[in-house]
Design a protein around this ligand. Structure first.
Ligand code: AP5
Ligand code: MG
Ligand code: ZN
Length: 221
């Protein structure tokens, strides 16, 4: 199964991608997580990406495309992959199509998670993220078992710098301008499935599983 998760910031892409990738035994590739790891390690890539991320802007296409090309070549993708947060521009989507053609692994589905802006702001301003493994929590909707500690790995939870309300607004603006056109792009290719993202975490997981069981596209390997 080769999947893309589309949706505005805070739609629940990361939360659902972790679950769905686990269920299908495929690799979860989050470009945002890759950038945050690089920022933590202080790499050149991290330094470059941080400049844009802190302003809520997209990192330039040529930077992101190279990273995804590398990730897709990894051993962990041999059973399939779930791209979370990529592509985010038409240029990225075109580049992805080319890469996948080269390696002979076309997309099976593109899942678009729909959530209203108000829900996005509510979710992101109370999100906490694990510094170690990147898992996401919400202080009210999806809290960790122990305050400030990741259930999965025991890592420290922190608030992402781009989750301040004004930066969230900027990210929504970028989404609308550059990423939303991909909904029609993938609908035209017959790959799009739309899933409402504003139910509970479990409800959304079930809706995605249902959506992946039907519709057009390739049926995997
Ligand atoms: P990225 O890290 O991808 O951020 P994003 O797209 O803004 O999405 P988020 O991670 O904020 O939200 P999510 O949809 O994963 O939601 P989550 O599951 O955490 O990108 C960050 C930055 O990196 C970008 O701004 C850009 O600068 C750069 N970048 C990354 N990829 C790029 C690319 N391809 N091109 C260019 N630049 C790129 O959930 C959110 C919260 O809600 C959590 O608190 C969670 O616990 C809670 N929650 C989730 N589901 C539910 C539910 N059903 N009910 C209640 N609460 C829920
Ligand atoms: Mg995410
Ligand atoms: Zn963790």
């Amino acid at each position: 199964m080769n999947l893309v998760f589309l949706g505005p910031p805070g739609a629940g892409k990361g939360t659902q991608a972790e679950r769905i990738a686990g269920m299908y035994g495929i690799a979860h590739i989050s470009t945002g997580d890759i950038f945050r790891e690089n920022i933590k390690k202080g790499t050149e890539l991290g330094r470059k990406a941080k400049e844009y991320m802190d302003r809520g802007e997209l990192v330039p296409d040529e930077v992101v495309i190279g990273i995804v090309r590398e990730a897709l070549a990894g051993e962990s993708c041999s059973q399939g992959f779930l791209l979370d947060g990529f592509p985010r521009t038409v240029a990225q989507a075109d580049a992805l199509e080319e890469m996948l053609q080269e390696i002979g692994r076309p997309l099976d589905r593109v899942v678009n998670l729909n959530v209203p802006d108000q829900v996005v702001v509510e979710r992101l301003t109370a999100r906490r993220t694990c510094r170690n493994c990147g898992r996401n929590y919400h202080l009210a909707f999806n809290p960790p078992k122990v305050d400030g500690v990741c259930d999965a790995c025991g890592g420290e939870l922190y608030q992402r710098e781009d989750d301040r309300e004004d930066t969230v607004r900027a990210r929504l603006e970028e989404y609308r301008r550059k990423t939303q056109p991909l909904i029609d792009y993938y609908r035209d290719k017959g790959l799009l499935v739309e899933v409402p993202g504003d139910g509970s975490v479990d409800e959304v997981t079930r809706a995605i599983q249902e959506a992946l069981g039907q519709g057009h596209g390739h049926t995997g390997s």
